[in-house]
Design a protein around this ligand. Structure first.
Ligand code: URA
Length: 242
């Protein structure tokens, strides 16, 4: 009996799609084991071998875990802060290595995924998958019709113009405005910078949706595990695996 587990079985168990799909990835040369392109029939030791798909390492052994956190303001999105500031991981009371998917600014509130699935995290953050993120934005200043159309059509930022965004005006008065913005990029402080470019100063920013997920039923400062169906939907956003 040859040693180890069949590569396609290990990949499927790691959540990269059906066995058939994983076989197809191997056949098309996208999978490597310890730096060498894998072939159908290869077996792996899931605790030792280093397996990559399209050059991205895949964790084969660990049970994957996924949580949806409703982040309050005042926490930074990192696993550990060298300056001892509060991090989102201070809100997660679970054993084992976990990390946030992407980032929210310290003062941004709302939906943040926490996982130990490096592969899915990478896929969700990759610009090619364009996962939609929705924010409710309270801002000081008046949004003109021209400003609204610029927010929707693209704002030139230092690193290039933003992609089209969906923007709804939920309310506007003398103090400022309340907007709902859906973007599918993830640039640093993107919503704040887009708003600043049209003369708005963001005073509160909440991420209310991430792909198919929303904040329903999760109080600020608390979190819940994702259901299997939710994880499947997230994987589908990345094309059902690589
Ligand atoms: N855009 C921002 O400006 N900040 C965030 O935290 C998220 C999106």
């Amino acid at each position: 009996m040859p040693e180890g587990e069949r590569l396609q079985k290990a990949l499927a168990a790691a959540g990269l799609g059906s066995r058939r799909r994983c076989e197809a990835m191997i056949e098309s040369g996208r999978v490597s084991v310890n730096g060498r392109t894998a072939a159908l029939g290869d077996r792996v030791d899931v605790s030792r071998d280093r397996v990559c798909v399209d050059g991205v390492p895949v964790e084969l052994e660990v049970t994957k875990r996924y949580y949806l956190l409703n982040k309050p303001a005042g926490y930074i999105t990192t696993v550990k802060d060298t300056r001892g500031r509060a991090t989102v991981m201070d809100l997660i009371h679970e054993e084992g290595r976990l990390f946030p998917v992407g980032r929210l600014d310290r003062d941004t509130r709302g939906l943040l995924l926490i996982t130990n699935d490096g592969y899915l995290s990478h896929m969700l953050m990759h610009p090619s998958h364009g996962v939609e993120k929705t924010y409710v934005v309270r801002a000081r200043g008046r949004l003109s019709a021209r400003g609204l159309s610029r927010l929707r059509g693209g704002i030139p930022l230092e690193e290039g113009t933003t992609a089209e965004a969906k923007v709804k005006v939920l309310g506007q008065d003398a103090e400022g405005c309340l907007l709902e913005m859906t973007i599918h990029e993830g640039r640093k402080r993107q919503v704040r910078r887009m708003c600043a470019a049209v003369g708005l100063e963001v005073v509160d920013l909440v991420r209310t949706r991430f792909g198919p997920l929303d904040l329903k039923g999760v109080e600020e400062g608390s979190y819940r595990p994702l259901g299997e169906g939710e994880v499947r939907k997230l994987r589908d956003l990345g094309g059902g695996g690589p």
